[in-house]
Write a protein that binds this ligand. Structure first.
Ligand SMILES: Cc1cc2nc3c(=O)[nH]c(=O)nc-3n(C[C@H](O)[C@H](O)[C@H](O)COP(=O)(O)O)c2cc1C
Length: 205
């Protein structure tokens, strides 16, 4: 009898920027592909999940929400929810085995914390670990317009090795629904991690 292969571990942080749908689509797409997710939802991330997607998307009900919205395929994966205050969580250490981390959506506050290596919260610390260990860190900032400090913070993150992927879905795919827009961003994130998907048609296909 052979043991199950280890799951692909990815860290995901959901922060208090608008665009909770990008986060749920990304989490669902990773789960559908059998990943294990080390999940952090900041205090304002929790609020935005409820404000933008309704009470059924509250963190405590997230597994059921994802299955209801995206189908039972999400049950192929697993997730562990961490407190953003728990700096003793596994993902706060360089010996953790997540090969990538996504901050989606990323608030300007968390962006600033990552850019300056503050490590005040688990989100900031886990992101710092990805940078120091030279692993994939994808930051999906959302704000408009942006101040000069915010723009500079994106540059700092990019210089430190993060991929800055602003929440800017394209319209050449002729999206008709919010889900189409979220599929596009989630697809971009999965591609950047190196996970194949069919979340949107390839250009020219
Ligand atoms: C309804 C709502 C929408 C918000 N949208 C954004 C946003 O799009 N971008 C942003 O940077 N902050 C936004 N904020 C502000 C952040 O939530 C706030 O700065 C918070 O402290 C971020 O903390 P966190 O990064 O720990 O989640 C929003 C707040 C609320 C209540």
């Amino acid at each position: 009898m052979s043991a199950d292969p280890p799951r692909d571990s990815i860290a995901v942080a959901i922060t208090g920027a608008s665009g909770a749908l990008y986060a749920t689509r990304t989490v669902a797409a990773l789960l559908e592909r059998g990943c294990h997710i080390e999940l952090i939802v900041t205090e304002y991330g929790r609020r935005l999940l409820r404000d933008e997607l309704g009470e059924s998307a509250a963190v405590e009900k997230l597994a059921g929400y994802l299955a209801g919205r995206y189908g039972d395929g999400v049950r192929r994966g697993t997730f562990t929810l961490h407190s953003n205050r728990d700096l003793g969580a596994r993902i706060a250490s360089g010996s953790q085995d997540c090969r990538a981390m996504v901050v989606v959506p990323c608030s300007m506050k968390t962006l600033a914390g990552i850019a300056h290596g503050l490590s005040r919260t688990l989100t900031e610390r886990a992101a710092d670990v990805m940078l120091k260990e030279r692993r994939t860190l994808i930051i999906v900032p959302r704000e408009t317009p942006m101040s000069l400090p915010q723009l500079r913070n994106m540059v700092l993150c990019a210089e430190a090795g993060a991929m800055v992927m602003p929440a800017m879905p394209a319209f050449y795919q002729m999206p008709r629904t919010l889900d189409d827009l979220a599929d596009f961003m989630a697809g971009k994130i999965l591609s950047a991690i190196g996970i194949s998907h069919e979340l949107y048609p390839r250009w020219g296909s």
